[in-house]
Write a protein that binds this ligand. Structure first.
Ligand SMILES: Nc1ncnc2c1ncn2[C@@H]1O[C@H](COP(=O)(O)OP(=O)(O)OP(=O)(O)O)[C@@H](O)[C@H]1O
Ligand SMILES: [Mg+2]
Length: 196
């Protein structure tokens, strides 16, 4: 696994770490998927992790989000919490958002409804759709729709979007929640060059 610093990463040296992975080891029934993986990510930093199929990229995200528990090592978030001691729901509540490789939007709902649900994800689907949004939340949805160029699609059913637009929408569902740390697994998979 290699990590790459991206251009424009100018705050890297000045900011505190948001995530510190220390000697993470993951073993699946004798198969060593991650070996002594250490990695620091700073506030405001964009980091890309590249590696061939099976290198352990998804496993790394599974460790950070609590889906996989490492055999050893620590994942210190915001210099205080060890994520390896928490379950996935508690980790999501700490402001860590994750986009999976395959888009998982609600296809029968409109683009806008998907974003509304993401903002009110502590309620049941129908309860959340009935709950009123604050003006601030409305503004946030408008902002994200403009950012992802989905403004003209807001009333469209998500199932009718192109694959790339579904990926954008799923990223939008994370952005409206204003995550502190955002993990994207293969965000450009299946996208056109322009969409990427
Ligand atoms: N739950 C599991 N049980 C057993 N082996 C697993 C499990 N999850 C992942 N692996 C193995 O661990 C290795 C790393 O897999 P992982 O999915 O993290 O790779 P990746 O870098 O995300 O690959 P890709 O580019 O194909 O998405 C692979 O050899 C995979 O088969
Ligand atoms: Mg993967």
């Amino acid at each position: 696994l290699f990590t790459r610093q991206m251009p424009g990463d100018r705050f890297r040296e000045q900011t505190d770490p948001v995530l510190q992975l220390e000697k993470i080891n993951v073993n699946f029934d004798g198969f060593q998927a991650l070996t002594d993986l250490s990695l620091n990510i700073s506030v405001g930093e964009l980091r890309c992790i590249i590696g061939p199929n099976g290198a352990g990229k998804t496993t790394l995200m599974d460790v950070i989000t609590g889906k996989t528990r490492p055999q050893s090592g620590r994942a210190i978030y915001d210099q205080s919490t060890d994520l390896t001691t928490l379950d996935p729901i508690a980790i999501a509540r700490q402001g860590i958002g994750r986009k999976f490789q395959k888009p998982t939007v609600f296809e029968a709902l409109t683009v806008e409804e998907n974003l509304e649900l993401a903002l009110k994800n502590d309620k049941s689907v129908w309860g959340a759709l009935r709950a009123r949004l604050s003006g601030e939340q409305r503004d946030r949805i408008d902002e994200v729709l403009a950012l992802l160029r989905l403004g003209n699609e807001r009333a469209r059913r998500a199932g009718l979007l192109s694959h790339g637009q579904k990926q954008f929408l799923e990223i939008g569902m994370l952005l409206v929640q204003e995550p502190h740390l955002l993990l994207l697994d293969e965000p450009a998979a299946g996208m056109t060059d322009a969409e990427t």
